[in-house]
Design a protein. Structure first.
Length: 286
């Protein structure tokens, strides 16, 4: 008996400390104030550089709860030395409150992650794009991040798309909440392009444009249990802008609800475009 307990304890110890060689990097330890007024962008960059440059199985960039961080347009670039990089977002991140305070007026993205395989963005926190003063910029743009996980977070008032995913393979997005006013222009919830093996499930999207837009170059997209609305629905497209060639295949949309949306699920094309939308299965009924 004693031996069994001992073995159990050794196992627990192993699971907690042995298996995952993780290290935390808290933005407050790198000079962030978290008062919602001071520009904390530099502290975030420093924290990212430390986390991304640290080795091991997983580096965790901590954005603690009970703090609000004002962030200017920022790019988190990989690849990182650790196999996985986790952004633990429990606090609130806010954009500058108006365009005059935006450090880079030509930036098309507020928060960008580029080339970070094994990226995880998780937590109970919120990103607030405060977009109502200028609806033009994507809130969270993630490109070339294979094995991407996003879960738990909330995005409100994105200044254009809430989350845009480009050129990522193996993506899981779940339990997220996206909110923008019904009359906010171009505030797609999740916009996906040139990606494959994407699972989006158990999320709530209330916004001014498409809840989810599946653009060209996507294959094997699975959307399940999404509560959409207000918004324009779930769309494949728009495909074939300016006579372009577009290809989308293997899209599965199941168990979604549409409440106060202008459309349900649809395929949108531009006149004159070429290509295909193939094997699209939308069965949201029950
Ligand atoms: C889609 O995702 C849901 C939720 O993860 C899963 O239950 C279902 O099997 C998936 N369907 C396909 C076709 O991959
Ligand atoms: C639909 O949306 C309206 C307004 O947001 C809300 O009051 C209502 O409860 C929703 N209905 C369902 C079935 O979710
Ligand atoms: C479409 O998806 C539904 C729900 O997963 C499934 O029951 C049905 O067989 C699929 N239809 C085709 C043609 O694949």
């Amino acid at each position: 008996m004693m031996e069994r307990i001992l073995r159990f304890l050794i196992l627990v110890n192993f699971l907690c400390f042995g298996l995952v060689n993780g290290q935390n990097y808290n933005v407050l330890d790198f000079g962030a104030t978290g008062d919602g007024q001071t520009d904390d962008s530099n502290a975030f960059v420093k924290t990212w550089n430390a986390a991304c440059g640290g080795g091991g199985d997983i580096s965790i960039l901590l954005i603690p709860a009970e703090n609000t961080f004002l962030i200017q347009p920022i790019v988190f670039r990989g690849p990182c030395r650790s196999s996985n990089t986790k952004v633990q977002l429990d606090g609130i991140i806010v954009a500058p409150s108006n365009k005059e305070e935006w450090s880079n007026p030509s930036s098309r993205t507020w928060i960008k992650f580029s080339a970070v395989p094994g990226l995880m963005i998780v937590g109970s926190g919120t990103i607030n794009g405060r977009g109502s003063s200028f609806w033009e910029v994507r809130s969270l743009h993630i490109s070339q991040c294979d094995n991407l996980i996003i879960t738990g977070i909330t995005s409100i008032d994105s200044p254009r798309n809430h989350i845009s995913i480009a050129a990522c393979t193996n993506v899981a997005i779940s339990n997220i909440h996206l909110f923008a006013p019904e009359d906010s222009p171009n505030t797609d919830g999740i916009d996906i392009s040139r990606s494959s093996n994407v699972n989006i499930f158990d999320s709530t999207i209330q916004t001014g444009d498409d809840c989810i837009a599946i653009n060209t170059g996507n294959t094997n997209i699975n959307i399940t249990r999404i509560n959409c609305g207000p918004g324009h629905g779930i769309s494949v497209g728009s495909l074939g802008l300016n006579g372009g060639n577009a290809a989308v295949s293997d899209v599965q949309v199941t168990q979604c609800t549409f409440n106060q949306t202008t459309n349900g699920a649809r395929i949108k094309t531009w006149p004159g475009g070429q290509g295909y939308a193939r094997n699209i299965n939308i069965s949201c009924g029950d």
